[in-house]
Design a binder for this molecule. Structure first.
Ligand code: DP6
Length: 361
């Protein structure tokens, strides 16, 4: 598919007012997206687990307005008006207007809430932008005669990508690929697709326990970090490596080989942070406790033979990934040995999930 296919024909119906609610989960990348071209096109393909409990719930209220000169909207987070969210959404609306030409015809009230604490260091852009994109798609669906589910999901993911790259991987579950990979049929730089091949039973209900090492604001945003991949001395090799790692991971997803899974996923996480440390200007998002935890995980794994590995996103928090059947001893290990390294002993037990859903009230 091309961008052109997401530009609608003339709308055949009209709707005056109403509201739509979607909940959309966060996701955690196994092969990381780090580096992008213009228009949110990734430099390499990525693959992620969609989560279940870490999600954003967004209600979009819409009412037709008189003039169509400009965007008109207000944003609320947890019932509080959020003026500082407006520029990001304004930019998003500008980027997607050509694909949703009704945007200036309505006044919108966007009410949003996250199930995870706002200041948890968990990025809400993936779940937030995908939830908003899905609400807008539900509105568009009412303006035309027939929209099939496949097109709906693809376009929602396509729009979400224009809000935040990783958001395009939050529409569906349980494993989602975004970015063209020659061995993955249907993969595209424009939107995420559900991983189309066999997934071994070892990954069913795979767990992600998120240790909140640092709840503060990030010093360097992802967007700035992505841009530092332009002229980065290791960029080309990194983009090639991500392609290769995804190929290797495909075999692992089929065979269920958890040791090899851990090896690729941990290497991806450390490579992501290595890219940050070797950018110019360079920066470090891990904290001393991130490293303490990583070392503890390695020692625990060696001692017990359990299949717990870690990944990191663009921050200090540690995502511990492990199969459901090993949950009990791993949670004990977290409670006994790791809580000392996390802020207010705060961690979130989440797992792989099936994607966003509309809430009909
Ligand atoms: C490290 O999707 O937050 O989490 O497209 O600029 O909004 P923008 O960036 P964003 O980057 C996420 C980067 C990452 C890796 C990943 O999720 O693949």
């Amino acid at each position: 598919m091309t961008e052109q296919q997401f530009i609608p024909n003339l709308y055949t119906k009209t709707v005056e007012t109403g509201k739509i609610t979607w909940e959309s989960p966060s996701n955690i990348a196994l092969v990381k997206y780090w580096g992008k071209k213009n228009d949110q096109i990734p430099e390499n393909p990525s693959i992620s687990f969609t989560l279940t409990d870490c999600k954003t719930i967004t209600t979009l209220y819409y009412s037709k307005k008189e003039n169509n000169d400009e965007f008109s909207f207000e944003v609320f987070l947890d019932n509080e008006k959020k003026g500082d969210f407006k520029p990001k959404i304004e930019t998003f609306f500008k980027r997607i207007e050509v694909y949703l030409p009704f945007l200036k015809e309505y006044h919108f009230k966007i009410e949003t809430t996250n199930t995870f604490p706002h200041s948890s260091g968990i990025a809400s852009s993936a779940s937030g932008m995908s939830a908003l994109a899905l609400c807008l798609m539900s509105l568009e669906k009412q303006l035309i005669d027939n929209m099939d589910e496949n097109y709906f999901n693809k376009k929602a993911s396509f729009l979400a990508r224009l809000g935040s790259g990783s958001a395009c991987r939050s529409v569906e579950g349980d494993l989602v690929v975004w970015g063209k990979h020659e061995n993955i049929e249907g993969s595209s730089d424009l939107f995420g697709i559900k991983y189309p091949y066999k997934v071994h039973g070892n990954f069913r209900n795979y767990q992600d326990t998120i240790l909140l090492v640092d709840k503060g604001e990030k010093q360097v945003s992802s967007t700035v970090g992505h841009n530092l991949m332009h002229n980065h001395p290791f960029a080309e090799e990194r983009f090639k490596q991500a392609q290769q790692n995804l190929s290797t991971l495909m075999g692992i997803i089929e065979s269920g080989d958890l040791n090899s899974f851990i090896e690729i996923v941990e290497s991806e996480a450390l490579t992501l942070h290595a890219m940050m440390m070797t950018s110019m200007p360079y920066f470090i998002l891990m904290k001393p406790n991130t490293l303490e935890i990583i070392n503890k995980i390695w020692a625990f794994r060696k001692e017990t033979g359990l299949h717990v590995g870690f990944t990191l996103d663009a921050g200090a928090n540690v995502h511990m990934l492990y199969p459901e059947k090993e949950m009990k001893p791993i949670l004990e290990f977290i409670n006994n040995e790791l809580v000392a390294y996390i802020e207010n002993a705060h961690y979130i037990v989440d797992k792989i999930g099936l994607g966003a859903s509309q809430i009909i009230i």
